[in-house]
Design a protein around this ligand. Structure first.
Ligand code: SF4
Length: 209
């Protein structure tokens, strides 16, 4: 079984420790960037574990899995720092519902339906999902939404695995901390062929999983 390491022996770890242990298991030690805490201990309930420097921990527990205990606003910077230090991103975990991967502010959060097809954004680039007859109707829309859902889930999986996607080359695509699985996303029906009228319909809840 892998060694659970908590990264960050600060206030957020203390306040939320039971929640963190419930998700990640008991830690074998803590790591902290503050050298004043090194070789002291983190005490909780009946437990007590060492606080060690990162390099010592990695050597001592080669099967380590790092769980970040900081507040959400700090997680991106700390993730980038750890990757710079040579920690593989697959070994960095979050107690919050976030993941570090390539993505953008639209992908997985928005559906745009317009003349060009069903798309994850308003950018003109990309193939994405089109209706064969170029017109979406209440009858055929569910079929194409299902295709879009498959495209989206495949794309997210490829981004996680570093495989090529239809989004390659887009300047919006960046490594970032992204909120975990989206349950519901926003759907806009924008413009239908033969109509220049911008037409909005009610929000359509769309389940991705
Ligand atoms: S990465 Fe670019 S093309 Fe892909 S969904 Fe985001 S904005 Fe659109």
């Amino acid at each position: 079984m892998a060694s659970t390491i908590f990264y960050g022996a600060g206030d957020n770890a203390t306040t939320n420790l039971s929640r963190f242990i419930e998700k990640a298991g008991e830690p074998v030690c803590f790591v902290d960037a503050d050298i004043r805490k090194h070789y002291t201990s983190f005490n909780y309930g009946e437990g007590r574990v060492d606080i060690l420097p990162l390099n010592v921990t990695v050597e001592k527990f080669p099967d380590y899995e790092l769980w970040l205990t900081q507040i959400p606003e700090s997680l991106l910077k700390i993730t980038e720092y750890l990757i710079e230090q040579g920690i593989p991103k697959e070994r960095i975990h979050y107690l919050e519902e976030v993941e570090y991967r390539l993505g953008c502010r639209n992908l997985g959060k928005l559906i745009v339906i317009n003349y060009y097809g069903i798309r994850p954004c308003c950018y003109p680039k990309g193939k994405f999902v089109c209706s064969d007859d170029k017109v979406f109707t209440p009858q055929n829309l569910p079929v194409y939404l299902e295709k879009f859902k498959q495209w989206l889930n495949n794309t997210l999986q490829k981004l996680r695995e570093g495989d090529p996607t239809d989004c390659d080359g887009c300047s919006e695509l960046k490594e970032a901390l992204i909120n975990g699985p989206q349950k519901v996303i926003f759907c806009e029906l924008r413009r239908i062929r033969h109509s220049n009228t911008l037409k909005m319909v009610d929000d359509v809840p769309f389940c991705l999983v």
